[in-house]
Design a protein around this ligand. Structure first.
Ligand SMILES: [Zn+2]
Length: 311
């Protein structure tokens, strides 16, 4: 029997940590505690987490990018840029996070589960083909897309609901008409990319959809833009699989950004994604944790999404 929703996590995520940094292991701990405390969510099945292999990041990153991460870890760790740390364990942790993303994508495409949520760290959507950046080492969403395509999905849509623009994911698929990348993000804000006029290379025009939103944007306005701009583009694209770059830092309580989404907004987003995936691809969606730095908000918002996906 196909499960409605399965979960996956990389248990070594706690080894990727830097004192005082907001992208911290407690984020995942808070989500897992929220799941354990909820009778319905605690009963959800977990997929076994595979061991990461170097071939996974190489699906979307250059050899140089992978060497950068591996090399800094082997040296004992350090910083790729003022935001982005690496510990001696971070290379292996990031490989394992990517392996969870890849495994979950395969589980959905192969019909083991209708949907999946990967509670993984480090996040991925800022990592470009050649550079780790913005707290991100390997681009988990992009790796999941390639894994899904290798498992038989042709057209894949990525919905990036993180408050920051996923510049890395956009770069990876900018010239690829088989992948739709759609993002709503605070603008101007880190990393500075994501203009509405950036729509993909001429050969892939329209498969990049950027919706920059102003500081202070309300939940109602955010959902209106999602309905008016993102959903029609995804409908027209007719995906066989939907990947959600699930960042929760557009929440009003988040310390790293200035939008005003609420706990219930994330359930509302999950309802929309579920309806979309039901209409196009038998409900097949994969949610990958990206940002979200207020522990209460992230635990409550993830739980809301899980309830919608499990129903
Ligand atoms: Zn973010």
């Amino acid at each position: 029997m196909t499960a409605a929703l399965s979960l996956i996590r990389n248990d070594d995520q706690s080894a990727h940590a830097s004192p005082g940094h907001p992208e911290r292991p407690d984020r995942v701990v808070a989500i897992l505690e929220g799941i354990a405390a909820d009778q319905q969510l605690a009963a959800l099945p977990w997929l076994d987490a595979p061991v990461g292999r170097r071939a996974l990041p190489r699906l979307v990153h250059s050899e140089e990018e992978v060497r950068r991460v591996e090399g800094l870890a082997v040296k004992g760790g350090g910083w790729f840029d003022p935001d982005t740390y690496c510990t001696e364990d971070s290379y292996v942790v990031a490989l394992n996070a990517a392996a969870c993303a890849s495994r979950a994508a395969e589980a959905v495409i192969q019909g083991e589960t209708r949907s999946a949520f990967a509670v993984i760290r480090p996040p991925g959507h800022h990592a470009t083909p050649n550079l780790p950046m913005g707290f991100c080492l390997f681009n988990n969403a992009a790796i999941a897309v390639r894994a899904a395509q290798n498992a038989g999905a042709t057209r894949v849509a990525i919905l990036d609901i993180d408050v920051h623009h996923g510049n890395g994911t956009q770069d990876i698929f900018y010239a690829d008409s088989s992948v739709l990348y759609a993002s709503l993000h605070q603008f101007p804000w880190y990393p500075g990319t994501g203009h509405a006029s950036d729509r993909g290379d001429p050969g892939a025009s329209g498969t990049t959809v950027n919706v920059p939103v102003a500081t202070g944007t309300s939940a109602a306005r955010w959902l209106e833009l999602f309905d008016d701009v993102v959903l029609p583009a995804v409908d027209a694209f007719d995906p066989e699989f939907v990947v959600v770059s699930a960042g929760f830092d557009a929440h009003r309580d988040d310390p790293l950004a200035e939008l005003r989404l609420e706990d219930a907004t994330y359930s509302a987003i999950a309802e929309r994604v579920r309806t979309l995936a039901d209409a196009h691809c038998e409900g097949r969606s994969l949610w990958l944790l990206e940002g979200g730095y207020d522990l209460r908000a992230i635990a409550a918002s993830v739980a809301g999404c899980l309830h919608v996906l499990a129903a």
